[in-house]
Design a protein around this ligand. Structure first.
Ligand code: GLV
Ligand code: MN
Length: 195
């Protein structure tokens, strides 16, 4: 949930050296129709990765016309058995609609209650702000979802890569204690993420 805009629009100058809460506006004289349209979600993402899924973002960085408007969308492609891994969006609630496939959508509350459902095309879900959630393709076909957010840049903290593939890496002592396992288990997981 971003602050309300103070003008009709403010096409983001995402290359600006100025750092503000959002992006400075491109000069109005240079604004064209193209600034309000984006075809970046039209193509299937590359799912050849360990998770077998791909998130393509239509946020202020890829679609600067969204700057200050408090909204954005993603395209999520998930192959059979693939997973959009557990992650959270610090700055937005998420809603989504399944276009193709059978998807298990789930989230976990701050009180550790797990809510989930298997969805089919046309069905929607909502993920309350900041909560850890995932989508798994539990069908036989490729799955496609479009998601929407009440922020022009929701951010995504992906739990497995956050903890096991950060730069520099989180100390093993922290992870062995947090997960109550031996260092070999932590090493194995870090290794999977190329650490
Ligand atoms: C799905 O959870 C997404 O963040 O697009
Ligand atoms: Mn999400």
């Amino acid at each position: 949930s971003d602050p309300d805009p103070l003008q009709d629009f403010c096409i983001g100058d995402t290359k600006s050296a100025l750092s503000v809460n959002g992006f400075p506006c491109k000069p109005a004289a240079n604004v064209t129709s193209d600034d309000f349209f984006f075809d970046g979600l039209s193509k299937e993402g590359n799912m050849s990765n360990p998770f077998g899924s791909s998130v393509t973002s239509g946020n202020v960085l890829t679609f600067p016309g969204l700057n200050t408007l408090g909204i954005s969308m993603n395209r999520v492609d998930i192959g059979p058995g693939g997973l959009n891994p557990p992650h959270s969006h610090p700055r937005a609630s998420e809603t989504g609609v399944v276009i193709n496939g059978r998807i298990l959508v789930g989230f976990i509350t701050t009180g550790n209650v797990f809510y989930s459902k298997i969805l089919t095309p046309g069905q929607m879900f909502v993920i309350p702000t900041g909560l850890v959630h995932f989508q798994m393709n539990v069908g036989e076909e490729k799955a496609l979802i479009f998601t929407a957010f009440n922020s022009h840049l929701p951010g995504a903290a992906v739990v497995p890569t956050n903890l096991f593939a950060s730069e520099p890496s989180v100390p093993d002592d922290v992870l062995t204690k947090a997960f109550q396992v031996e260092k070999t288990v932590i090493d194995e997981i870090k290794c999977k993420f190329g650490a």
